[in-house]
Design a protein around this ligand. Structure first.
Ligand code: GAL
Length: 475
């Protein structure tokens, strides 16, 4: 059974980057006590969250239902049978949680707006109380000296819009523009860093192709329509932010995983290339004016059916930054899976994996950064990276050494890429506090802070303290 992995798997390059063992050994020697300040004074350090995973208050103060409220309310959809009606109650606890963030020496906070909290029906009637909540959240960040980084869309489409076809309906370009215009006009005086979409490959493949995420739809046609409309909204959203927000820093995010063929034969390399197209290239290349990468993966040609005159031009937008989100690498092999004809291999025996079953592969982030740095993009920010491990509370402490080692390993590889000239300007750990992990429920814990879901009591994990010390000289 494939779940979130399917996206990560469906999202990702096949050429093996040349690995220089000598350079790497030197890095390891010198890197054992490296610090945040080694990344430079202008490097941005933050943590990421998303509305649905943390806010709770699912029907409070006029909020409308989102596709995730509907999906998580249906029996059998969430692995551990939990739901996000309360999530981590961030709607009520944001002020204290932001103070915690500050205590860990982070200066940037990434959050997303809940579209259905602001426009309960997706378009038309505005919910002032929803806007007020984000005013309070943003003002609290600024009072604490935390820079807010806002994401317009992190997977929680208003149910009312899904009822009208959701991402598969071209009208979404108009609905999304209305919403983006409203948010940027309201918050653009205080929020300067914006991201349009979170991982479009994620919500289109998982939500509209495999159906393991909301809105639980399956079909090649609706998937390709959703892909094209998401790409259109990605560019349109970028233009709206730039137009409405003076001094804006405009980005969007992509889930990326370096793909390696398990054998260096022609056939295996081709399979890895095909996977790379769907996972890593499908959403960025149209924005760069390269069109859709349909040569390697013929079924993608059917996307032409949804492209109207003028669209290819409108797909282009010059982002100030690209948010790269990486958790693992993928090893692929040819397979009988229709359309893509490539398959992800399970991590082998003896390979360290996280609670999500993902391989701990620090060098993968180095390779995918190098791959993306070949595109003509202004700057890259790692907008998500982290790991879930089965944390245990003992005497009020969580000794999550595995997570500390994970962060050290990945950060070391980011520094390696940066020192080799990759223009990576920031890093956002996923995530501040354990939260609702989509179709997995509350079980996988990604936080630097432990959450007791019964009492909503927060406890800083050792990894949180590790970050506090790591960032001490950067603040
Ligand atoms: C990303 C997603 C986040 C979070 C993370 C950990 O794909 O954007 O919301 O769930 O994965 O799995």
């Amino acid at each position: 059974m494939v779940r979130l992995e399917f996206l990560k798997y469906m999202l990702s390059f096949a050429s093996l980057a040349k690995f220089n063992p000598l350079t790497f050994d030197r890095m390891l020697e010198s890197g054992s006590d490296f610090k945040g300040s080694d990344f430079g004074r202008d490097f941005q350090w933050g943590v990421g969250t998303s509305a649905f995973q943390v806010e709770g208050a699912w029907d409070l103060d006029g909020k409308g239902p989102s596709i995730w409220d509907t999906f998580s309310g249906k029996e059998g959809n969430i692995k551990d049978k939990t739901n996000a009606k309360a999530a981590i109650e961030f709607y009520h606890t944001y002020a204290a949680d932001l103070k915690l963030l500050k205590r860990l020496n982070f200066e940037n906070f990434r959050f997303s707006f809940s579209w259905a909290r602001i426009l309960p029906e997706g378009s038309g009637k505005i919910n002032e109380k929803g806007l007020d909540f984000y005013d309070r959240l943003i003002d609290s960040c600024l009072e604490l000296g935390i820079e807010p980084w806002a994401v317009l869309y992190h997977w929680d489409l208003p149910q009312a819009l899904e009822d009208r076809g959701g991402w598969a309906n071209r009208d979404i370009i108009g609905w999304f523009s209305e919403y983006a215009d409203l948010c940027t006009r309201r918050f653009g005086d205080r929020v300067k860093h914006w991201m349009v979409l979170n991982e479009p490959a994620g919500f289109t493949t998982l939500g509209y192709l495999s159906g393991v995420h909301a809105p639980d739809r399956t079909g090649i046609g609706i998937f390709l329509a959703a892909v094209h409309h998401a790409c259109m909204c990605q560019a349109e959203g970028g233009r709206i932010i730039r137009q409405n927000v003076s001094g804006s820093h405009v980005g969007t995010t992509f889930s990326c995983s370096f793909v390696e063929p398990n054998k260096l034969t022609h056939c295996h390399r081709n399979a890895a290339d095909r996977l790379d197209v769907v996972l890593n290239r499908l959403f960025i290349e149209p924005s760069l004016g390269m069109g859709y990468p349909i040569v390697e993966v013929p079924f993608l040609r059917k996307i032409n059916k949804y492209i109207q005159p003028g669209d290819l031009e409108r797909l282009k937008f010059e982002f100030d930054f690209i948010g790269l989100q990486n958790y693992f690498r993928l090893i692929s092999k040819p397979s009988m899976i229709p359309f893509i004809w490539a398959n992800r291999m399970k991590p082998g025996d003896g390979v360290e994996i996280t609670e999500m079953g993902w391989e701990v592969a620090p060098e993968g982030i180095y390779k995918i950064l190098k791959q993306f740095s070949k595109y003509p993009i202004k700057e890259i920010i790692v907008t998500e990276n982290g790991a879930a491990f089965p944390d245990v509370m003992t005497d009020g402490r969580v000794h999550d050494q595995q997570r500390i080692d994970f962060f050290k390993g990945y950060l070391e590889q980011i520094l390696r890429a940066k020192r080799e000239g990759v223009n990576v300007k920031g890093y956002f750990a996923w995530t501040l506090i354990d939260n609702f992990e989509w179709a997995e429920g509350n079980r996988p814990r990604f936080g630097l802070v432990y959450n007791d879901f019964e009492t909503q009591q927060r406890t800083v994990k050792d990894s949180g303290y590790w970050f506090r010390d790591f960032l001490k000289e950067s603040v």
